[in-house]
Design a protein around this ligand. Sequence first.
Ligand code: FAD
Length: 287
Amino acid sequence: MIPGPFSYHRPQTLADAVKLLSTLGDEARPLAGGHSLVPMMKLRLAAPAHLVDLHGIDGLKGVSRDGNRIVIGAMTTQHELLASGEIANSLPILHETALQIADPQVRYRGTIGGNVANGDPGNDMPALMMTLGASYQLQGQGGTRDVPASDFYQGAYFTALEPGEILTSVSIPVPAAGHGFAYQKLKRKVGDYATAAAAVMLTMADGKVATCAIGLTNLHETPLLAADAARCVIGTSLDAATLKKAATAAEAIMSPAADARGPIEYRKHVGGIMVMRALQRAASRAS
Ligand code: FAD
């Protein structure tokens, strides 16, 4: 339970942080809230020789509106997301999801940037970001690039981040007025990661689903977009047969690990139920 030795760096500017990470190479890791990285170091599952703490850098925090997008600085904590009026009004599903992450102590330290950059299939924000059509801004020595969340996740703990790059912000299109939303998560106890979770964003017209996106958490080595499941609810009033069809289509792309949260078949079954419940709850909130 004691991490290996490491050097601690606290740069004051983004340019210095990028330079440090690029110079130190594979041996260095950015440190945000530390609530995923430090436990991994204590378990010796990660042993970086250098930690580059991002807390000294101005401008990596906060929620702002940029036209029809909401931009969130990478170092914004889950707690700060929950306190944001802009998030509560424009992106209530993000508020709902943040509230289901861990417990208040973790949410005071854990950041949105750390949650989406970590690459852990159990993190709740990545599938939500894919469902919302978000993109991530990455800063490296060669400049800045934007990567859609749906292209970012390549495998468990493998992402599109290149060595030396820092994720600086998350940009999310403002959802349509009157949209319905739900983040449905089954966990064994307060503070646990999802056994299975589903994010749903939809719009309704004349009692029928007009648009829909469905994301899945902890049901594969990466977060998933359940595109077929979303397609099969379009034009329906979400009757029982359609809900079942959507659950079956979503289960077809799930391949969760068997772990302490249950065997594979159980977790897929629960995943299907999360999809059905999220669809129903989202539809009940749409206007
Ligand atoms: P860190 O731990 O500092 O970093 C995580 C990884 O991302 C590291 O590899 C780091 O190098 C990298 N990184 C961090 N920031 C950046 C950046 N800006 N650019 C590039 N790379 C970066 N999470 C959930 O989603 N759902 C849960 O239910 C949940 N339950 C938890 C329960 C407990 C008891 C604990 C301790 C944690 C739990 N977490 C959960 C994880 C928590 O939300 C983490 O805080 C979060 O996943 C990582 O954010 P962080 O800011 O702590 O990142």
